[in-house]
Design a protein around this ligand. Structure first.
Ligand code: GTR
Length: 412
């Protein structure tokens, strides 16, 4: 009762105590819903972690029905002289078959040449098609619906490389990383009509998962990220024990969910993932649950709509999503002019997830100052890292360099 009144007061005043080191109002990391304290790794892994995972699945991202999918790979194109000879470019078509249906997704890879293999790999989905991530003319165009040009929604040669600043392939390759990307639309086209062509009808055929708890776009994207790992495990040049998962914004939400649910990702990076990504819902700044569900009703499980204007009823908050990544290294990046994604809420969650890391004897995010750290001052000493890049909602070379600095600590 007391808790409920406090919650109402907090939501009315719009003040949240979730961040800082006080977790008032936010569900604790190391206590089950029944109020049982968790004090060992074993209890965390056997009791609390599965409880949190299940809540995120049923209430937010949707339950993966665990359908057995038959996957095959076909190299569509490969060239060892890409990026001026620095890399091998490979484009692989993955074909998924289940329940009499088939879907495909095309992965673009740049693999560094002239270095000892297997190499670590950075993987992330892209928003506009692989061809938009680079001006490399050999990158195949998708024939699916794409968000640009608006109203036309067909890839256009003039849009090649439109998102290239977000994919510094050459720099990553120079630093010894392979990079892999797949168009998010290969798994679920980012629009209201996306369901039918997505992987979900294939995955849910005959499934008993209730409609209200089923995955939609973000769940399908996360599923797709795990399929990329399946490929890395087969590719000799790539080191499947050194995978950096990275996602920006809505694809950062998908990356966090994939990283939380699939332990094969070695390092997980959220860039400006905001609401229903790294930002605490209870902080109620920027985009809130009601807004995101209204604007993007096809992103999350229907159950999530129960929390519209009702954040304090959530049995979880986003620091618990981050805690699921432990003991693997985690990096949360925000941008100073990205208030919609709520940098303070992202920072707060990154701090609050620290209890899970402490349990493993690892270092949480440390910050003794008031409020947020200054811009362009990465906090990377611990196993949970954070930076507030100066500038707008985007993923830039600055962000990539910091994420690679962090991954280097573990990989080199
Ligand atoms: C916005 C949305 C955010 C974020 C962003 C993006 O429209 O409100 O949650 O996902 O798009 O993906 O860039």
């Amino acid at each position: 009762m007391y808790k409920r009144i406090a919650a109402i007061l907090l939501s009315v005043t719009g003040v949240s105590l979730c961040f800082g080191q006080q977790a008032d109002g936010c569900p604790p990391v190391l206590e089950t819903r029944d109020g049982v304290r968790v004090t060992t790794i074993r209890e965390w892994e056997r009791i609390r972690r599965p409880e949190i995972l299940e809540l995120f699945a049923t209430q937010m991202y949707g339950v993966d029905p665990g359908t057995k999918v038959k996957t095959s790979y076909r190299v569509l194109e490969e060239d060892a002289r890409a990026l001026g000879g620095k890399a091998t470019r490979r484009q692989v078509r993955m074909t998924f078959a289940a329940n009499g249906m088939e879907r495909t997704a095309d992965m673009l890879l740049y693999i560094p040449n002239g270095v000892r293999r297997p190499v670590p790999v950075i993987v992330g989905l892209n928003f506009q098609g692989n061809y938009a991530t680079t001006s490399d003319p050999a990158v195949l165009m998708t024939d699916r619906w794409v968000p640009y040009p608006k109203g036309i929604n067909r890839p256009a040669d003039s849009l090649r490389g439109r998102a290239a600043s977000r994919w510094p392939y050459e720099r990553a390759v120079e630093r010894g990383y392979a990079v892999a990307t797949i168009f998010n639309g290969d798994f679920f086209s980012d629009r209201r009509e996306g369901y039918d062509g997505s992987v979900l009808p294939m995955l849910y055929a005959g499934s008993t998962v209730p409609d209200s708890a089923r995955m939609k776009a973000v769940g399908a994207w996360a599923w797709g990220l795990s399929r990329a790992v399946d490929y890395f495990e087969k590719a000799r040049e790539l080191d499947a024990r050194r995978i950096v998962l990275l996602g920006h914004s809505r694809l950062g939400k998908a990356a966090l969910w994939a990283g939380a649910s699939d332990p094969r990702f070695s390092v997980v990076v959220s860039n400006d993932s905001g609401s229903t990504g790294a930002a605490l819902a209870r902080n109620k700044r920027g985009e809130n649950v009601e807004r995101i569900n209204r604007n993007f009703p096809y992103w999350f499980a229907d159950n999530y709509k129960k929390y519209n204007d009702n954040e304090f009823a959530l049995p979880v908050d986003q620091h618990l999503l981050l805690a699921l990544v432990a003991p693997r290294p985690l990096y949360v990046g925000s941008a100073s002019r990205d208030q919609w994604a709520d940098p303070a809420g992202e920072f707060g969650a990154a701090r609050l997830c620290g209890d899970a890391y402490r349990l493993y004897g690892l270092r949480p995010l440390e910050w003794k100052g008031e409020g947020l750290p200054p811009v362009n001052t990465p906090l990377q000493k611990g196993d949970v890292a954070y930076h507030l890049r100066e500038g707008k909602h985007d993923i830039t070379l600055y962000d990539w360099e910091r994420y690679m600095d962090f991954a280097d600590k573990y990989f080199k």
